[in-house]
Ligand binder design. Structure first.
Ligand code: HEC
Ligand code: HEC
Ligand code: HEC
Length: 408
């Protein structure tokens, strides 16, 4: 009798607590996974700094913003914030005092995330080491240093609201849309922007130049973007940083290594299903330049001499080592900046757990003149079934200036 009562009492005392702890553990793990999809660390962890302690300089078209400390430190981090304040930062783009954040924090995307998922992210952030690090975020030049200006920006360009499922589409498509448009914020880099850094209407996922690179269109239709890629190609690219068409470089290499390689295959499949259903501009199908054009001829000669050893004569490359130069959205992008970046500066491919060796491409900026770079770039953009606007010597000289300015 006594033992039974004791058992009941103990059971009553232990069971809910143990159950609660198990639930918290699950929520923390879920939050960690979601924070990886959101790639909070890309902006909130400084190189060599403590996890999420801020202090990283984020480039915007108007100047640099330094990311805040989002560890649970109560004085200099967000430890003292209420759940509502945290939710508002993600959903409405406001800080604890109600001031507007700059859209360098991707709240125009994070607003789509459910409260449940935001709270899981907070539960995980709460388990991190609290770091004392006071950050002065605002280093923008006048007039962009006036936070109140963001009220107008939000009025013009921002509609808060959680992702709404489209009942006409599959559950997988909707999961993919929730992630691509929300936490994964692909459009922060891949959607065309206006002069105030807001998404251009009609430019959704259709390409944008940033940080000396061009993030190409990732829509499908009319031979541009991901038209030639299957869903499996997209999954493989996001999971390993490479596939039979391309390897990730620059900011995309960082996105793959910090974030997308850790996303589950099921979620990546959902994202691929959603992306393959996003339509690009339906204009005239592009026609490749005439192979007998003198610029194409000059470009071909340079290609054979300098590039074919790795990318092979027919541009196919060697799968997962030297990328094929056909069917790559980056190579055929309207804006040639990424192609020029790679040719001028060279690049090293991303290392991922599933593709741990990272092949490199040498820089050609010192070897080739502007006209030569333009010719070889024009050639690779119009050979082997590719079709894209010609590159001029002027494009190359302005790309050189962009890249040099970034090196200072
Ligand atoms: C692309 C860069 C970027 C990413 C990715 C990013 N943030 Fe931010 N975040 C910023 C910047 C920059 C600010 C400061 C904006 C300002 O000062 O107006 C900020 C502000 C914040 C704030 C407000 C802090 C304060 O003191 O006002 C919170 C909270 C926050 N971010 C959480 C997150 C979480 C959680 C994630 C991941 C789900 C995330 N951020 C991903 C750049 C980013
Ligand atoms: C921080 C900016 C950034 C984010 C975030 C980002 N990308 Fe990219 N992405 C780029 C840039 C820049 C390139 C061009 C460089 C390259 O080809 O590797 C690129 C290239 C690509 C390519 C084309 C590959 C090729 O070589 O032609 C695909 C596909 C892609 N991104 C998909 C995505 C998806 C899906 C997301 C969201 C999960 C995403 N990206 C998020 C910047 C970004
Ligand atoms: C030593 C081998 C090597 C040589 C020579 C070489 N490349 Fe590359 N190239 C690579 C590797 C490796 C990558 C992938 C690196 C990455 O993604 O960061 C690459 C990537 C590229 C890309 C980006 C493809 C994409 O989908 O993002 C282009 C464009 C390119 N090379 C063009 C050229 C041109 C033009 C030349 C000659 C002027 C050339 N390469 C010479 C090895 C080479």
């Amino acid at each position: 009798m006594r033992a039974a009562v004791l058992g009941v009492l103990l059971g009553a005392a232990i069971a809910p607590a143990a159950w609660g702890a198990a639930q918290d553990f699950d929520e923390v793990q879920r939050g960690r996974y979601l924070a990886t999809i959101g790639d909070c660390t890309a902006c909130h962890t400084a190189p060599g700094g403590k996890l999420m302690a801020g202090g990283r300089s984020i480039e915007t078209p108007f100047g640099n913003i330094v990311s805040p400390n989002i560890t649970p430190d109560r004085e200099t981090g967000i430890g003292a914030w209420t759940d509502d304040q945290f939710y508002a930062s993600m959903h409405d783009g406001t800080s604890a005092d109600g001031d507007n954040l700059y859209p360098a924090m991707p709240y125009p995307h994070f607003t789509k995330v459910t409260r449940d998922d935001v709270m899981a992210i907070r539960a995980w952030l709460n388990t991190l080491e609290p770091v004392v690090n006071r950050v002065e975020a605002n280093q923008l030049p006048f007039p962009f240093n006036i936070r109140a200006a963001m009220i107008g920006w939000n009025e013009l360009f921002f509609t808060p609201g959680v992702w709404q499922d489209d009942p006409k589409k599959s559950a997988e498509w909707n999961r993919g849309g929730y992630l691509v448009e929300g936490l994964a914020h692909c459009g922060a880099c891949h959607s065309a922007k206006n002069m105030l850094g807001a998404d251009e209407s009609g430019g959704h996922l259709q390409g944008y130049a940033l940080q000396g690179w061009f993030a190409p269109a990732i829509t499908s239709g009319d031979g541009v973007g991901l038209d030639k890629w299957t869903e499996d190609d997209i999954v493989e690219y996001l999971k390993t940083g490479t596939n039979r068409f391309a390897t990730a470089a620059g900011p995309m290499a960082e996105a793959v290594s910090d974030s997308t390689q850790h996303i589950s295959i099921a979620d990546l499949r959902a994202m691929a299903a959603y992306l393959k259903d996003q339509r690009g501009p339906s204009g005239d199908k592009r026609k490749p330049m005439d192979a007998k054009d003198p610029v194409m001829r000059a470009g071909e000669a340079i290609y054979v001499d300098k590039c074919a050893a790795c990318h092979t004569m027919n541009g196919e490359g060697i799968a997962r080592l030297f990328p094929t130069l056909s069917a790559s959205p980056t190579v055929e992008a309207e804006n040639p900046l990424s192609v020029l970046h790679v040719i001028l500066n060279g690049t090293r491919a991303v290392q991922t757990r599933l593709a741990p060796t990272a092949p490199a491409m040498p820089a050609f900026s010192w070897e080739l003149t502007d006209a030569q770079v333009a010719a070889v770039a024009t050639y690779v953009r119009n050979a082997w079934g590719n079709a894209a606007p010609a590159v001029t010597a002027g494009d190359v000289s302005s790309a050189r200036k962009t890249l040099e300015a970034r090196r200072e």
